[in-house]
Design a binder for this molecule. Structure first.
Ligand code: 13P
Ligand code: SF4
Length: 320
């Protein structure tokens, strides 16, 4: 505990020295989220992270999350130094959607508007007409559908299928998934619900349809946190990364939050839903990034940046 306190106080001093602010996602470890809060940074979902970094006056952003979040920050604020605790923190959706084949897929359907999830590389965003996060995916696709547009959706097949079902839009889906949410198991969830019949089920739409169907509320991380405050239940079963429990418990200390079951090989596994890449954002790595930026700084090719900025700005303006 003493060692952690020492890390925290050194990081606080470095943040001040470098005119830097810490922006963290709800899936990072509780101590990272707490540090962002204590130091005037932000803890939020991916849309709010983008907006906060865009609007904050600090010269340096240190983004505790995964690479696409750092890239998004750099695309939106190229004059800022954008650092990440590690550049190795990727995302299975980003990995599952390389720019070249995705671009060929889009080329094969030139009549379709290309909508990509924020969890993608700058190169994939550069090929898109729209970027969306899970908090506004439904609204954007609904809007495009009302304009009579047909859509290419990438990369998350589960989120895409959910949006398609909800909006009835004509969507062609790329085939990739989040390795964390893909593991939630509907059968085990039905069993767990029997043990807690009064519990409400909160599900992130990166989860399979069979799990989404059991939900009382479906939404982005910030929408699920909101549901955990506004629904009348006192117990919640939560199907998303366990990092989210920090904020849910902080906001509603008298409520009980239970992890939805995941399982490999049919076995039920609790406490498993934690993104291995989000987990790389430790105190040590944050101190290292602020001490020597080498190997921690995000750079985006300027031609790519200009192209990727267009669909990103469309998202920010739409969500306003
Ligand atoms: P949101 O915070 O936008 O819901 O995104 C979830 C996610 O998977 C980020 O990696
Ligand atoms: Fe990607 Fe899933 Fe990790 Fe989010 S939780 S960064 S979607 S692998």
């Amino acid at each position: 505990a003493d060692e952690k306190l020492a890390y925290k106080s050194r990081i606080k001093a470095l943040l001040q020295q470098k005119n830097a602010v810490l922006v963290a996602h709800y899936y990072t470890d509780p101590e990272i989220q707490a540090l962002a809060e204590e130091t005037g940074g932000c803890v939020s979902d991916s849309l709010e992270m983008a907006r906060f970094g865009n609007e904050h006056p600090a010269e340096t952003l240190i983004v505790a999350g995964v690479k696409f979040m750092g890239e998004t920050a750099k695309i939106l604020t190229p004059n800022k130094t954008v650092l990440m605790p590690t550049l190795e923190a990727t995302c299975s959706l980003d990995l599952g959607c390389p720019a070249e084949p995705f671009s060929a897929f889009c080329d094969a359907h030139p009549d379709r508007v290309v909508v990509v999830y924020a969890n993608t590389s700058a190169a994939v965003k550069a090929r898109a007409d729209w970027v969306v996060t899970s908090s506004i995916a439904l609204d954007v696709v609904d809007y495009l559908d009302s304009q009579g547009k047909k859509i290419i959706w990438g990369p998350d097949k589960h989120l895409g299928a959910y949006v398609q079902k909800q909006t009835g839009a004509d969507m062609l889906l790329w085939d990739a998934a989040c390795i964390v949410h893909d593991e939630f198991k509907a059968n085990a969830l039905v069993e767990l619900k029997k043990q807690y019949p009064e519990a409400a089920v909160l599900v992130h739409p990166e989860s399979p349809d069979s799990v989404v169907q059991l939900a009382d509320a479906v939404g982005s991380t910030s929408q699920l946190i909101k549901a955990s405050q506004t629904l009348p239940n006192s117990t919640f079963i939560v199907a998303t990364d366990k990092g989210i429990f920090y904020k849910m418990q902080q906001q509603m200390p008298d409520r009980t939050f239970i992890e939805a079951p995941t399982g490999g090989n049919g076995a039920t596994c609790r406490s498993c839903a934690h993104c291995p890449w989000m987990a790389m954002n430790g105190l040590k790595a944050i101190e290292a990034a602020l001490t020597d930026t080498t190997g921690h700084e995000i750079f985006v090719d300027s031609a790519l940046r200009e192209k990727a900025l267009v669909p990103l700005n469309r998202m920010l303006n739409f969500a306003r």
